[in-house]
Design a protein around this ligand. Sequence first.
Ligand code: HEM
Length: 442
Amino acid sequence: MDDSLIIYVVASMVTVMAISCWRRRCQKSLAPVPSGYGKVFKSHLFGKPTIVSTDPEVSKFILQSVSEDFVPFFPGSLTELVGKSSILVINGSLQRRVHGLIGSFFKSPILKAHITADMQRDLQEIMASWRDDQIVYIQEEAKYMVFQIMVKTLIGLGPGEHLQFLRHQYQKFVAGIISIPVKIPGTRFYRSLQAKKRMMKLVKYIIQEKKKNNTGCISRDIIDAFLNDGSGQLTDDLILDNVIDLMIPAEDSVPVLITLAIKYLSDCPLVLQKLKEENTKLKHKSLEGEDLQWMDYMSLSFTQNVISETLRMGNIIPAVMRKAIKDVEVKDHFIPEGWCVLPYFRSVHLDKEIYDDAYKFNPWRWKDKDTAASSFTPFGGGQRLCPGIDLSRLIASIFLHHLVTGFTWVAEEDHMVNFPTVRMQRNMPIKVKRKNIDILLS
Ligand code: HEM
């Protein structure tokens, strides 16, 4: 049976089970300590008894918990593909060390300055090739663009044959992330493992070359940052697994964030108008000869609100999964050892009690709302809070700025799908028209 069919059947079963559990949850209590009527209920996911939390307080508790209580849980296929040293699966002091290292690297103002300059240059080049009335597939363009930027940031590899090879292999690798873990030639999982091996060979070669020439001073990319760590804890295998896994958001989450923002903007002319006004002011600065810096983009408050609202409604990562390694009690709920817990962000982000008119794309709501509140967790939280927050926002802001100040567009028919990952089904086709620079200056 074809992999995709198996996934479809399993997914349908999981969905049906989840819905029936959802329906029953009003009558059933959470064993062994009753939860009563509420937002926390039992289910069965990926073959594991699972407690689903749609309660922000319970979810916050789980996210903030230490690895002595909960560890990440992933379906079998994912664990094998990401590798046993990946930050996604390691725990304790090693996870904290790798998380800290990645976090401080991505927070570095020097890195942000490089990314801003590279991205502005690459975007201008790409957008210069767009012709009037051309159909541009935003999701594809964003994937191409972000992958190029991220690979440079992660392994120092610029455009060329190797980058193309890496991207090709990467697409095969990612395609197997949600698949049945059957290691037989011809299955998606097998192809994915083979692609990872080929990528590892290339990245291993780069690591070795860097080791030969490494002076231990400046970290130009994440491999340098790992090699300069000096703790002796970070083996080559750990560096390899993590460098490759860090490409996942480049090919998926960040491009999808950009794509969904453009989808919502296309549906909401008032929001688009306000975004254009804010970005046109910034464009004047660059037309007057000033180079735009990363802080210029991050200070665009309405643009940041558009990004927050896209994250809230789009739910690019709708949930995370943890496994209890001992009995845990939280807010009258008892989570037995060995059970999984799924803090389900999507329900919270679309909860009418928390967000007025929750299904309306309304960036103005963020004017007085705290993006650090426990009810807003698009990047997770606690010790495993995504270290790529600033970077994702920066890349999305730069993309939006160049699009809204350089072009007008009409979106073609497309729709969002949520399974197995969030994306636009037809890659978000838009028909673009270049803006007249004189109009912009007037
Ligand atoms: C829109 C973009 C992104 C979204 C929505 C997102 C979301 C998330 C979420 C929800 C988690 C928490 C997972 C958990 O608690 O188990 C996470 C973790 C992580 N993210 Fe992101 N992410 C994005 C972009 C990025 C980028 C650009 C990078 C860096 C290249 C990145 C690197 C990571 C890493 C390394 C972790 C694991 C942290 C750990 O387990 O210690 N993410 N992300």
